[in-house]
Design a protein around this ligand. Sequence first.
Ligand SMILES: NC(=O)c1ccc[n+]([C@@H]2O[C@H](COP(=O)([O-])OP(=O)(O)OC[C@H]3O[C@@H](n4cnc5c(N)ncnc54)[C@H](O)[C@@H]3O)[C@@H](O)[C@H]2O)c1
Length: 249
Amino acid sequence: MCADPRPTALVTGGARGIGRGIATVLARRGDHVVVADLQDELAATTAAELRDAGLSASSVAIDVSDVEAAAAVLAAIDAETPLTTVVNNAALAFSAPIGEVTPAAYDRLMDVNVRGTFFLVQAALRAMVPRGTGSVVNVCSTSSFTASTTDMTVYDTSKAAVRMITQAAAKEVARSGVRVNGVAPGTLETELTRPLLTQEGFASLAESKIPVGRLGRPEEIGDAVAFLSSDAASYVTGHVLVVDGGWLA
Ligand SMILES: NC(=O)c1ccc[n+]([C@@H]2O[C@H](COP(=O)([O-])OP(=O)(O)OC[C@H]3O[C@@H](n4cnc5c(N)ncnc54)[C@H](O)[C@@H]3O)[C@@H](O)[C@H]2O)c1
């Protein structure tokens, strides 16, 4: 049994970008946050920075595309401190004209974004459903709802799948007390989007198309995750909360 009654959240891809923003907000609300990332040194640095800010955080190396190993990482953490929130945020993206997409590039992206998410949702539910409590939040995208305009058919396909994993899993376990939701960011400047945003004119085009007139900030996605994984959202499951400055409106 857990010695520390503090809620515990695991955030994949938590070392940087949106995942780091989510980890920061969840730690500020009082969770112990496990920053889980392929980049284990960066994850350790992020966790150390959270601790330096007086928050509770640790880190773990994880490759969500190695689905059995990733599930074992989650189960080991859960055995020590029962997870109350699991955030599936790790993902890859690339832009390429559809005619140039190779099977290898397609498979790599799907292995991380779809297969990786599916099997970590499974691992989280295996831990949480018997307890009858807990919350899973999957990071989707506005691309889960509408196609990008930047040659991202594979990414868009993966994010539509993550939305459906969220909705279908939520229905399947709804009576257990465990909730599964998603958050759909619009456009934020991170390492993932920097190659696009540095293309001449793209950032100003994006900003001009976003009704609130600016890109999003990682902690604004964290605030949505914090709501969905809190008791304030006790009747919310199977929902994907769009946080996009009005883009999809
Ligand atoms: N940035 C945006 O504008 C935007 C918009 C919509 C949705 N999203 C989604 O938000 C999430 C985070 O995006 P970001 O912009 O912060 O990206 P990012 O590239 O800055 O960060 C992704 C993190 O995931 C980690 N990661 C990658 N592959 C992994 C793997 N196999 N196992 C474990 N960790 C892995 C990386 O090391 C990195 O720390 C993604 O799901 C992305 O699709 C981003």
